[in-house]
Design a binder for this molecule. Structure first.
Ligand code: G3H
Length: 478
């Protein structure tokens, strides 16, 4: 039968007392691939209790030793890249090569985090009192960074390893404990990744991983009184978590509707290549995917022709064969994507390719002549379909981008850097890329969304700082 995986608590692999499991369905076969434990509330309580104890000792562990363990975990992850990538292929249908890349990138992220943490947290501040009016030179403030306690990390299905370590590594280097709740699709890759931290020799209880249905333990985790920080990436569940969570710092990366604005003077070959990479890699299942193309009318025909030629060359098939377009994560996701295509078609959009679906596998479609009354103009498909809106002016493009509920990233293609800077300034998004598709990496860059796209800033240094607090000691001289 299917492999059943234990959860990780107090440094040990355990079976849940619930005697229940949750199915991980392979998106390609639509059959159960793995089973993970359906953890109980008591088991959640236990991981928080052991996290609290382990964290106290961890915070006193020298920073260089914490860094050393993280470097070991990074090495373990790279050493085990093949089985972890294989799980990514089976659980989330990530193309085989991209799955390996995700694991290697994660190892690099952990190492960078260790280095950055040593520099950032290795020095504090010394502040004298006499710069503030009315104060003498008798108060000496020593400020340093201390950990928050326990960080609850909830990564999404699309990067179950990378977006887990982007939360875990900053939390640990800063002296925090971690409770990880992986997504169901991606849970096994997550557990394999946790095993690398186990092999690296982190103290028991410092990092735990509980599995189960979000609908059963999700609220219990996110509202747990022992949580001192939440780092979440995913869909609009993040908005309800933010509403219900207590008074804790939060980092939220939610959806996106990243626009690609194409000016008349753009290098259209470059644009077409970036639309393919930005719109269709991992079948569009990235928060930073290009999700709407806003092209000036005069170059629209030419651009659509160039993109269509490249869409025709995309390989469609199974992740094991490293196809570029692979089955989307769940049947309900495929149904949602199909709904967006049908809505656009009914309302008069042009499907540049015939719509085709087998199970969760959806063939890529460029949808031209999209109008604002179509759902695809605003909604996030998380699939291999991409709308093109032809605009008369740059202002119209900027307006569309800013009218979105999302504000993650966006990109502009033009040879005129002055125009690019002007448009970037007008775009209300967390990041604007000039002459390249949106992307989170390199992973030390600031990464943030505005409006419904998120709370706080990620990127290695920002995440480390978010997971700490300033502590001051003031020496008062007579
Ligand atoms: O899905 C959201 C990720 O943060 C996007 O990361 O730009 O590296 O694909 P990426």
């Amino acid at each position: 039968g299917e492999d059943t995986f234990k959860f990780y608590s107090e440094g040990k692999w355990q079976e849940s007392a619930s005697k229940k499991t949750v199915n991980v369905v392979n998106p390609s076969t639509q059959k159960v691939q793995y089973k993970v434990q359906a953890c109980t509330q008591d088991e959640v309580n236990a991981v928080f209790a052991s996290a609290k104890v382990a964290q106290k000792a961890w915070a006193k562990t020298p920073l260089w030793k914490r860094a050393e363990l993280l470097h070991k975990a990074a090495a373990m992850l790279k050493e085990h890249k093949t089985p972890i990538a294989a799980a990514l292929v089976k659980e989330i249908a990530k193309p085989a090569k991209d799955a390996v890349t995700e694991v290697v990138r994660s190892g690099d992220l952990i190492s960078y985090c260790a280095e950055e943490g040593v520099r950032l947290l290795g020095e504090g501040k010394f502040i004298m009192s006499d710069s503030f009016p009315g104060t003498d030179r008798n108060k000496l403030c020593l400020a340093s960074k201390i950990p928050l306690g326990t960080v609850l990390c909830i990564p999404p299905f699309n990067y179950p390893v990378n977006l887990a370590v982007s939360k875990i590594a900053p939390a640990l280097i800063a002296g925090n404990a971690v409770v990880l709740k992986p997504p169901t699709q991606g849970a096994v890759s997550g557990l394999h990744m946790v095993h690398c931290f186990h092999l690296a020799g982190f103290p028991p209880g410092l990092l735990s991983c509980v599995t189960g249905k979000g609908s059963e333990i999700g609220d219990f985790l996110t509202t747990h009184p022992s949580v001192n920080c939440i780092s979440f990436t995913g869909g609009d569940t993040g908005i309800s978590i933010a509403r219900k969570a207590g008074m804790v710092p939060m980092q939220m990366e939610l959806g996106g509707k990243d626009a690609c604005i194409v000016l008349e003077d753009a290098d259209l070959d470059l644009v077409a290549a970036n639309i393919i990479k930005g719109g269709f890699s991992y079948s569009g299942q990235r928060c930073t995917a290009i999700k709407v193309v806003l092209v000036l009318e005069s170059v629209a025909d030419k651009l659509v022709e160039l993109v269509n030629a490249k869409v025709a060359k995309l390989s469609v098939g199974m992740p094991e064969d490293d196809a570029q377009i692979t089955p989307v994560v769940t049947e309900s996701s495929a149904n949602f994507i199909e709904g967006l295509v049908k809505d656009a078609e009914t309302k008069g959009a042009t499907l540049c390719q015939a719509y085709k679906r087998e199970g969760n596998l959806i063939w890529p479609v460029l949808i031209d002549h999209v109008k604002p009354e179509m759902r695809i103009a605003w909604e996030e498909p998380f699939g291999p379909i991409l709308p093109v809106i032809r605009v008369k002016t740059v202002e119209e493009a900027i307006h569309h981008c800013n009218a979105s509920q999302f504000g993650l990233q966006g990109c502009i293609f033009t040879q005129d850097i002055n125009k690019a800077m002007f448009i970037s300034d007008a775009m209300e998004t967390g990041t604007v890329q000039i002459n390249s598709a949106p992307a989170r990496g390199p992973d030390h860059f600031p990464f943030q969304g505005i409006r419904d796209s998120g709370i706080g800033t990620q990127g290695i240094p920002n995440s480390i700082l978010l997971m700490t607090k300033t502590k001051s000691t003031v020496i008062n001289l007579p």
